[in-house]
Write a protein that binds this ligand. Structure first.
Ligand code: TNX
Length: 534
């Protein structure tokens, strides 16, 4: 009898451990504290300290939507009766993103910094059932203690809305997915050769002409034809303000990217005088890199881009403005008298230094507005602009990272080998679909380490974090984007958030079983990659 009882206790412990130990990204510390579960019913209020109303309402809305459970929400008044509640409290000295989550017989307590409490709510959400509970209007959460904090201050997801345009509602869904994974930056790739996606009032042709293309390449690059279907669209400034606010409520900053000097054909199609040859140009209907870029010898290019930046800065409160800077071919500049004159008058060595002149001139303008630029790692070539942050993407990302550190510049690690979610997840079924790049399995993404052995300890502070990118050349609809994003985003969220020592592939694989249930529960499209696809 006694053995049976012990076995029963053990079963309970293992069972609750299995449940509590499934959070993704993995928290720093998870402790059981006794066995038992707290019952959340409609009698249990969410009580919050004044600045935590967003988190309180986020949780309220989540349980209302998913479980039809309506919880009362109240700000904590002077009379504090915190028993039998979900209590969100601010710890004024907690560092950014830190939180403690405690669940016991008295209820649920989450305390931390403002964003930390939001992340605590995300963890709590993962402790709830992954299907409709059998008993209506009652949710059980296991007793436990969690202490958690992010590893990196920059945890990003990038969505390319230029190659294919996606509705606002889907962009919001991506922001939600980022928030569930405790990410805090959402980088919107708003302009490229294939379409201009942000309303610019001063230059209406950017939208009238630049936001549309007359067809799209079919199949694998260089393509087997053109579908001749007009594709395009853009977000109005009102829609973007709404997106910015939506993200802010989830402690996410949207970083806008306006590409220059390359990847600018959509703008040139609208304003051909801004290219070296004067055009005519067409919004690009196939993928890859183009020869035509902004003319670096023409001052009206800078006036034009500054006008755009003025509007961008007005809509996006982000400290960071991404100016692209990648894959800018230099052929036109070599043949352009204006560009060559600029090289002479500015005493530049070559076209790489001309690109550096271009970026530095724009940086000066953006800095004068109190913002910082981010550029892809090509901005290191020909001399980096004095205050720029580097996004290191080429190859395995280490070259750009090391280059940035040598120049003592902050860097965000976003290696194409590992963090590019447009690359196929498996070799077999994805070979049927057109795509870029080599196979990037979940395991490969999971094992990426931003801080390589060569990084000196004094440079650690310069590594702001990392980001995963979704380039959408081969994703013409939201479901494909989700399918390519998941489950790899879950793996990457752990690289960005969890301590390095906590990273363990087998453990992650086990926790993913529960994550798949959550994907289903949340209604996400995902690639059910077999666990042994390594
Ligand atoms: C390279 S990453 C690009 C993008 C493409 C991507 C495809 C970067 C800065 N430039 O323009 O979409 O590869 O994987």
């Amino acid at each position: 009898m006694k053995t049976l009882f012990v076995l029963f206790l053990l079963f309970l412990m293992v069972n609750s451990w299995a449940q509590i130990n499934t959070i993704i990204p993995k928290p720093i510390k998870v402790h059981e504290c006794g066995t038992g579960e707290f019952l959340i019913s409609e009698k249990i209020p969410i009580l919050y300290d004044a600045p935590l109303e967003l988190s309180a309402n986020f949780f309220k809305q989540y349980v209302a939507e998913k479980y039809q459970l309506s919880l009362p929400v109240k700000m904590v008044g002077s009379k504090k009766n915190l028993k039998s509640s979900i209590h969100l409290s601010l710890k004024s000295d907690a560092p950014e993103g830190h939180y403690l989550l405690m669940i016991d017989k008295n209820g649920v307590q989450i305390t931390g910094s403002e964003s930390g409490v939001f992340y605590g709510v995300q963890s709590l959400i993962q402790l709830l059932p992954t299907s409709e509970p059998t008993k209506k209007r009652e949710l059980l959460v296991p007793y436990m203690n969690i202490a958690d904090a992010p590893r990196f201050v920059y945890r990003g997801l990038m969505l390319d809305v230029s190659r294919h345009f996606f509705p606002v509602e889907f962009v919001k869904k991506c922001i939600d997915i980022a928030a569930y994974h405790k990410m805090n930056y959402f980088h919107l790739h708003l302009t490229d050769d294939q379409g201009w996606r942000i309303e610019i009032k001063k230059y209406p042709k950017l939208n009238g002409i630049g936001s549309w293309r007359n067809g799209t390449m079919i199949g694998q690059w260089p393509g087997t034809g053109n579908d001749s279907i007009r594709h395009g669209g853009f977000y109005t400034q009102g829609q973007i303000r709404d997106l910015v606010a939506y993200a802010q409520k989830r402690y996410i900053t949207i970083v806008p990217e306006i590409e220059m000097p390359g990847h600018s054909l959509a703008a040139l199609a609208a304003y051909p005088n801004l290219g070296c040859t004067g055009g005519p140009y067409q919004v690009k209907e196939s993928w890859g890199i183009t020869d035509d870029v902004y003319c670096a010898g023409n001052d009206s290019v800078f006036t034009f881009l500054q006008g755009i930046i003025d509007e961008v800065i007005d809509i996006f409160p982000s400290k960071y403005i991404h100016i692209g800077g990648d894959e800018c071919r230099k052929d036109r500049w070599k043949a352009c008298p204006k560009c060559q004159k600029r090289i002479k008058t500015e005493h530049l060595k070559d076209e790489h230094e001309l690109q550096s002149y271009f970026v530095t001139r724009m940086e000066k303008y953006i800095n004068s507005k109190g913002r910082t630029i981010i550029g892809w790692d090509e901005i290191l070539e020909g001399g980096i602009a004095p205050n720029a942050v580097v996004m290191s993407w080429r190859g395995d990302g280490t070259q750009g990272l090391e280059g940035a550190l040598r120049a003592k510049h902050p860097v965000i690690f976003t290696p194409s080998y590992g963090f590019y979610l447009d690359y196929p997840q498996t070799s077999h079924e994805d070979s049927l679909a057109a795509n870029w790049g080599g196979v990037t399995s979940v395991k490969k993404s999971y094992l990426i380490e931003p801080i390589t052995d060569s990084v000196k300890s004094e440079d650690l502070r310069l590594i702001l974090g990392a980001q995963t990118n979704i380039w959408t050349e081969y994703m013409s609809n939201p479901a494909k984007v989700e399918y390519m994003m998941l489950p790899r985003l879950s793996a990457i969220s752990e690289v960005l958030w969890s301590p390095k020592e906590a990273r363990n592939w087998d453990d992650f694989k086990n926790r993913m079983e529960f994550q798949y249930q959550r994907y289903q529960w949340w209604g996400y499209a995902y690639n059910p990659v077999p666990a042994d696809n390594e």
